[in-house]
Design a protein around this ligand. Structure first.
Ligand SMILES: [Zn+2]
Length: 343
């Protein structure tokens, strides 16, 4: 196969950092659609949710934290296992790194593979990659929920169900009604679906919604500072998932080829999402044709990832596509090699 460059490899432009206060001692570090970091300040310590991809990049977050508090970062919470979220953890010098048991298992299973893959695709997100000491391993895990007290401040750390990955974790601050969602909710950003559980994700979002968040820090995109913005992000994320899953599931049930299923997906998604300001993750994650716009590619690749996952589920006796379909195979599919037939 001819070696192609990833479009994202040329995407080195620095993004504008925004440090938004959502409530008393609650902040969001956002960067125009790159992975977000959340901050919770308690009586004597700080909790950070998602770390950035490298320790050097995490220090940018720390410099903003130091503008508002000199308390130590005691806890780092990993919303999920993806490398761009977790590999900067050491910079905070936390006492504990918290993740769900399923996220811990995913780090074991494919943490290195994901690191290698994301490093190749997102050079901008891996500034000073040589500062990464190795995989980030949680020191505390939980199955469904754990409670951490930052002094008087109670923080609920929960795995509400499978969504963007099998181990997604959200963080809820009851005293302020503020949620940190990881990539379970994204704002105006096409969701990466390579590890997704399409059937579970909308229901997991529904559970998150039942907390009635007054503000929310999504995995990507701007901090959502009002209930209306939270509702919009939840609606957009759920719609995108439904619109990718439904046509492909129907095509797979009819025994269509992967390529035909992909076309069916695009028929639904292109008209609805082509005008949206999709940020980047899917665009940057795969091949970029020289004449293809970022928006078109976002839909195309996200749709194709969905197609491969959904078709794979239908054609495999293993209901967990993650084990039926390796990252390598999925990349080959996206690169145009239709190596898996629905029949
Ligand atoms: Zn992710």
């Amino acid at each position: 196969m001819t070696k192609k460059a990833f479009a994202s490899q040329g995407d080195l432009e620095e993004k504008t950092i925004t440090f938004t206060q959502l409530g008393e001692g609650l902040y969001a570090f956002t960067t125009e659609g790159d992975p977000n970091t959340g901050i919770i300040i308690g009586d004597d310590e700080v909790m950070v949710i998602d770390t950035q991809a490298t320790p050097v990049m995490a220090k940018k977050v720390l410099s903003h934290i130091r503008e508002v508090t000199d308390k130590p970062v005691k806890y780092v919470v990993l919303s999920h296992y993806h490398a761009v979220r977790v590999l900067g953890a050491v910079a905070y010098q936390p006492e504990q790194i918290i993740a769900s048991a399923k996220t811990h298992a995913l780090i074991h299973e494919r943490g290195q593979e994901d690191w290698d893959s994301e490093y190749g695709r997102f050079p901008r997100l891996f500034q000073s990659a040589d500062s990464i000491p190795g995989l980030t391993w949680p020191s505390l895990t939980f199955t469904d929920k754990m409670t951490v007290y930052l002094g008087k401040r109670r923080v609920e750390i929960m795995h509400l169900g499978r969504a963007h990955t099998a181990g997604d974790t959200v963080v809820w601050v009851p005293d302020s009604g503020i949620m940190f969602s990881g990539d379970t909710v994204e704002y105006r950003s096409a969701c990466y679906c390579g590890d997704a559980h399409f059937n579970d994700w909308p229901e997991t979002i529904g559970l998150l919604k039942s907390f009635n968040p007054q503000a929310l820090v999504p995995g990507r995109g701007d901090a959502l500072t009002t209930p209306d913005m939270v509702s919009e992000a939840i609606h957009l994320t759920q719609s995108f998932l439904t619109d990718t899953y439904t046509p492909v599931a129907a095509a797979a049930a009819k025994g269509w080829s992967l390529k035909d299923a992909f076309s069916a997906c695009r028929d639904v998604c292109d008209p609805k999402y082509s005008t949206m300001r999709f940020m980047n993750i899917v665009c940057r994650s795969m091949w970029l044709g020289p004449t293809m716009s970022q928006t078109e590619l976002t839909i195309r690749v996200s749709g194709l990832l969905s197609v491969t996952r959904i078709c794979g589920r239908h054609c495999s006796s293993n209901t967990q596509l993650s084990s039926a379909y390796s990252l390598k195979e999925r990349k080959a599919d996206v690169a145009g090699e239709d190596r898996r037939k629905v029949d």
